[in-house]
Ligand binder design. Sequence first.
Ligand code: FAD
Ligand code: NAP
Length: 595
Amino acid sequence: MKMPPIENDTGKNELKSRIQYLIDSNEVMVFSKSHCPFCVRVSCSFCRRVYFAFEDGTNYQEMLLEMTGQKTVPNVFINKTHIGGCDKTMQAHKDGSLQQLLNGDNETYDYDLIVIGGGSGGLACSKEAAILGKKVMVLDYVVPTPKGTTWGLGGTCVNVGCIPKKLMHQTALLSTAMQDARKFGWEFDETVKHNWETMKTAVNDYIGSLNWGYRVALRDKNVNYVNAYAEFVEPHKIKATNKRGKETFYTTAKFVLATGERPRYMGIPGDKEYCITSDDLFSLPYCPGKTLVIGASYVALECGGFLAGLGLDVTIMVRSILLRGFDQDMANRAGENMEEHGVKFLRKYVPVKIEELEAGTPGRLKVTAKSTETDEIIEGEYNTVLIAVGRDACTDKIGLDKAGLKVNPKNGKIPVNDEEQTNVPHIYAVGDILEDKWELTPVAIQAGKLLARRLYGGSKIKCDYINVPTTVFTPLEYGACGLSEERATSLYGQENIEVYHTLFWPLEFTVPGRDNNKCYAKVICNKLDSDRVIGFHYLGPNAGEVTQGFGVAMKCGVTKEQLDGTIGIHPTCAEIFTTLEVTKSSGGNITQAGC
Ligand code: FAD
Ligand code: NAP
């Protein structure tokens, strides 16, 4: 490996601190000369964990002599402990002390593992490491939103993500169920209306019980939970600042970073002053009223969808397309369904200014927006503006430079190898902060758990980020696994894929007579590989439940023939995937008369 660039290498002190930095920031540090035969022997026994410094030698060796009493190379350090040369390292390897040192058992660190961030990934990793007998601390701290909203232990999913989102989506589905109920013979006279406050309180009470459950689970597993904000001060040391501003320092052999993301603002006048994000929505003390949602991905469509389902007047402002990265055929069908059920879409506009017309709960806001294609400026009045334009990784204020850790400067994401290891060998990262990985709770949990097992349980199993099933909880839910049609076409060529598809009408929609032929199923098969299913797409009720099982099948490499050979469960929506016959290329009729 190459040395990190250091500008000025003159002067004894500078050289000493450069060497010390290398020793401190690398799990295994070998000072060597590329041509030294002993160095080759030593490096083999450590395989991938070694950080080499190949320098022109003389100055380094003089300084190492001063620092360690050893002038010869290789000169080996493990977790800051000086081991010696080739023979001593081989001896340590034989008697097992090398492994102990590699595990970080040598240093008098406060902890074996400190996990920064007590969300999906951090909690899973810390609990697993503690089960494997390690001394573990997890720090979790929620910086309040500009509106002052804050929450308890558990991270995004539990407090301001999956859990409240799905419960509020369910609230909205119940409204449809009530309308359907009359068609099925239920008679009720009372005026049906929704009470935001009751829903918000019930959802937040449940979240409170989860927060408590996480604390108890950490305590039971002997994980030390500290409610404080963590920042690196040295490669093996952090500063933890609690709510009252009290600072405490902790050291550890290894770190796992799992700090997640927070909603992004747009930097336009009025956004932080008057708008809310999903971090505020789920505990909003009042009904948001007429709402403008800005953004067109998961968060925007899901939140816009359930607010409309509660009977609110909802407009979604879309900069370009719906659900970037997803199959656009599916995304547009999900959007059309929302539109048919009353959600308004303002397409190809971006907001430029938000002004307050009247304070209140909710108040009245004026939004000025401009077209992305023309000079047109439009204005609108709303009670609430929900910004859902993506999320920023929480990596910019945690002193990563003090640990020598690299982030992608464009998006603050952390690149890791396939073992979730960063460029600093004793620092790992999981969850939403990872570059080019899924931002989903089960992914963060799986990566965190498997990481702990590899670090402390002798496991070799890595997290598999391929064919991760996911569901967008739009009013008509969209579940997917594998490639979009666009991606499959660009990877394999139009001529090498076959798309089987159909519209369908769930039995439960037939009696109420709604959404006829709006649900849609599609699989994309690779003709070059036995018609293996490389893309699975489902738009319909219970998409998460349906997609989960097909996710397993795709992990096992299911082919179209095997789908066809599977007997369906009747009458269900999922059975449609066992009888797909019409190819998209044939242009055949895909509407269905009934089940
Ligand atoms: P997080 O869960 O975000 O946890 C990070 C924690 O670290 C936070 O508590 C944070 O406050 C804390 N922290 C940050 N910096 C520090 C610091 N310096 N010191 C101490 N603590 C710190 N995923 C799904 O799979 N299904 C869904 O249905 C779903 N719905 C979602 C809906 C919404 C509205 C949102 C926003 C997300 C949703 N997600 C969903 C995504 C899911 O929530 C995330 O992928 C998941 O929470 C990521 O876990 P994590 O461990 O990486 O980070
Ligand atoms: P996202 O996927 O990053 O999408 C951001 C959206 O905002 C895009 O539609 C984007 O439009 C738009 N946008 C960005 N900047 C804008 C601007 N300046 N003005 C107007 N529009 C702008 O973000 P997200 O929806 O917040 O989701 C974050 C992650 O959370 C997702 O990747 C997902 O993994 C996770 N999540 C999962 C679930 C689930 O599993 N059901 C639910 C919610 C969230 P363009 O397309 O034009 O860029």
